[in-house]
Design a protein around this ligand. Structure first.
Ligand SMILES: NC(=O)c1ccc[n+]([C@@H]2O[C@H](COP(=O)([O-])OP(=O)(O)OC[C@H]3O[C@@H](n4cnc5c(N)ncnc54)[C@H](OP(=O)(O)O)[C@@H]3O)[C@@H](O)[C@H]2O)c1
Length: 255
């Protein structure tokens, strides 16, 4: 599947078959990026993203699939994207999941490793695979999608997930410091409770009502509200924003 575009800027959005990633891929296409859409299991979701971009009447998109928690697959996907597009201007490390809510007392090594591999190791694998090209270009942007859970420990049963996301916040700052000299800006967003399939899977209606009661804005966030902040961080308007983690949570957690 291919949609044509005249822009030269290329964005890769991992996990863009659903939720925040899908909204981000569409927002970036609207702003003129060529977009590498990525999915793991939800091929239909990736097709929906592709169709939304096509409906804009602008933007060039292609679809890729891999398990980002697998080092070899992440490297293969990056190689395929670079072979097709020839460059990368923006990497959005968005793919991630709670995997399962489980209290720490019942945590086993396998679940801990799966959550870390998906939410933290994947950021290393995918970033590392694209980095030589960005360094060669002398330019690029990376936006990591962490979470409010990385700041406050998350809800019950999210110890591994919140630990991984906290590490993504820290990694963002380390990378930002190391890469700005190469012309590469690295930033991060910490979404609060955003209405996506994530919560359809991991949160009950009662949990969501409790979350909303603690959100000054009085509602859940929308995926598009996260997407627009990611697009801003990638834009020239944010050219002096480096190593920042932007909280997008309706006031649920204020620094
Ligand atoms: N929703 C929230 O309230 C919230 C809050 C804070 C942070 N976040 C973070 O925001 C990001 C997006 O979440 P979302 O709410 O949009 O969730 P979502 O709708 O469940 O989307 C998750 C995306 O990640 C992809 N993914 C999952 N496992 C993967 C794997 N092993 N390899 C490659 N891709 C994989 C999924 O691909 P397939 O479906 O194709 O398999 C999907 O595209 C995640 O990192 C999440 O932790 C979400």
């Amino acid at each position: 599947m291919t949609v044509e575009s005249t822009s030269e800027k290329v964005a890769v959005v991992t996990g863009s078959s659903s939720g925040i990633g899908q909204a981000t891929a569409v927002e970036l296409a609207r702003r003129g990026y060529q977009v590498a859409i990525h999915y793991f299991r939800n091929e239909q979701g990736a097709r929906d993203t592709y169709e939304k971009i096509r409906a804009l009447g602008a933007g060039h998109a292609r679809v890729y699939s891999c398990d980002v928690s697998d080092h070899a697959q992440a490297g293969q996907m990056a190689g395929d994207v670079l072979a097709d597009f020839g460059r990368i201007d923006l990497l959005v490390n968005n793919a991630g999941s709670l995997v399962e809510r489980r209290l720490f007392a019942g945590m086993d090594r396998d679940l801990w490793r799966r959550v870390m591999a998906l939410n933290l190791d994947s950021v290393f694998y995918v970033t590392h695979a694209f980095l030589p090209t960005m360094i060669r270009q002398g330019s690029g942007c990376i936006v990591n999608v962490a979470s409010i859970a990385g700041r406050n420990g998350g809800g019950l049963g999210a110890s591994a997930y919140s630990s991984a996301k906290g590490a993504v916040v820290t990694l963002t700052k380390s990378l930002a410091r190391e890469l700005i000299g190469h012309g590469i800006r690295v930033n991060c967003v910490n979404p609060g409770v955003i209405a996506t399939p994530f919560h359809e899977r991991f949160s009950t209606r009662e949990m969501l009502d409790r979350f909303i009661a603690g959100i000054p804005s009085g509602r859940l966030g929308a995926a598009e509200e996260v997407a627009r902040v990611i697009a801003f961080l990638a834009s020239e308007d944010a050219c002096y924003v480096v190593g920042e983690c932007v909280e997008i949570n309706g006031g649920q957690l204020m620094d």
